[in-house]
Ligand binder design. Sequence first.
Ligand code: 1PR
Length: 590
Amino acid sequence: MEAPPFSSSCSSSPLSSTARLLSSSSSSSLLFRRNSFSKTHYSAKFKSPRNLSVRASGDSVVTLLDYGAGNVRSVRNAIRYLGFDIKDVQTPEDILKADRLVFPGVGAFAAAMDVLNKNGMAEALCSYIEKDRPFLGICLGLQLLFESSEENGPVNGLGLIPGVVGRFDSSNGFRVPHIGWNALHIKNNSEILDDIGNRHVYFVHSYRAMPSDDNKEWISSTCNYGDNFIASIRRGNVHAVQFHPEKSGDVGLSILRRFLYPKSTTTKKLTEGKASKLAKRVIACLDVRANDKGDLVVTKGDQYDVREHTEENEVRNLGKPVELAGQYYIDGADEVSFLNITGFRDFPLGDLPMLQVLRYTSENVFVPLTVGGGIRDFTDANGRHYTSLEVASEYFRSGADKISIGSDAVYAAEEYLRTGVKTGKTSLEQISRVYGNQAVVVSIDPRRVYLKNPNDVEFKAVKLKNPGPNGEEYAWYQCTVNGGREGRPIGAYELAKAVEELGAGEILLNCIDCDGQGKGFDIDLIKLISDAVSIPVIASSGAGAVEHFTEVFTKTNASAALAAGIFHRKEVPVQSVKEHLLQEGIEVRI
Ligand code: 1PR
């Protein structure tokens, strides 16, 4: 395919406060005590499926443009998994000398452009692309090729492709951010998409570029989410994708492999799928904490009580975090979440090897990883102060795609509702400003409080389908902090609406009453919250059978359903859940 001339207008823009934050957070190296931690200890039994992995020969080096925001570790891991070494861009000359360049844009548009402009990378990128050198942009790495973006803007982009990047419209009922596995509509020969077999790929973004007459020659695929937006572009050797191949399981690895081995005969066509729209997600959750011997284990509570009811009163041990996460990936989980459930009292960067768990997991697990627990400001025993942004940054650098905030989000919401002022200083606001709200989940731990009369309380109450123990017909859902230990004067409904305004991109909705009971999700609660907000809601707590997943997706607007106990105890495999959902006509990723 011949590459027509490019219309470049590489532009510069002043350094924003976001970019200053971004560069300072990314350059800060955290001085925390790393526990001695053996990789074999945590991943001894887990063997990754290597069927898609091939060894590169000859010039097996990929140049990676990583400007220090968000999770680029996953892209690195996927490239290494496919047999390539990575050379990091240090100077603009490294871009010009690259044989193949991967640009995984992460974070906000303006912040990324500021960094690129400041260090001369923008010009080098334009020059490299204009010469039709092998290029793969990912997510923001696609958006930055356009003329400008409305994200905190307008802000000028690299100007290589005609068009403005705009925000999804949530007024038509589509939740923003667009998070999850969606279908591609192939428009032109893209080569790198040749083997994907009509399967879903993983998107996570609030802004998108739209097709037009001016950019139609660039478009290789579109995706529908309220409107048709550009999912990938291709011109000559230049490719860019809005979705995340490094997070799209075997489909994504196949796309990356086609880019890295353009003339390869080693490609393997994947099983044909029937992807047509955004799939409902099935998420495996690992509650993690140190047991009494100090080993980090996956545990599971009954209504948040994680101790065995024996004389020893030990913390329940259901397996090793890295091993189990790897197994759930193989089994087809659409995401894996780690919740460090004692993070509220232990400093996550100091005492617990959660960072190592993330690092090892992300080497072999190519679906999104969320980590939560202990994300807040903290001063250690030596008086060193860590901001929640630093804690989150370290999680992102270690392989997390999203972080989840529990207790700290409750305090932030209470303060916001009390004063009506967004200070911009809460962990929620800071992290979503720097990393984008799609990277920030708020985990809610509510407990049912039964009422005879809904007017007995200032918080939103619901009429229950099943009355309470004393025949109460109503309940409100009281938020808790510190792993359910302390009730707070705020309801789940009020909290959900407040954290959406403060910048949360998704809600993980637990329910203490249902946790570990296996009797089904709390439909009243999930309906209340998923109807109240326009960000995606993950239903959690209570799954005990495949039918419970169908129920939550047919009776509420949940975007995803999460389970722990039934997966850990191997009572119901992830695949059975998906097969059942498909039989019931609910689209899921296969
Ligand atoms: O407050 O920011 O440090 O975050 C702490 C995080 O740890 C929160 O996300 C909170 O939900 C979680 N957490 C704290 N204590 C517990 C506990 O169980 N004692 N776990 C806990 C929350 C709930 C779900 C569980 C589902 C599904 N566990 O994660 O996986 O209920 O379980 P099921 O399918 O077996 O019913 P911070």
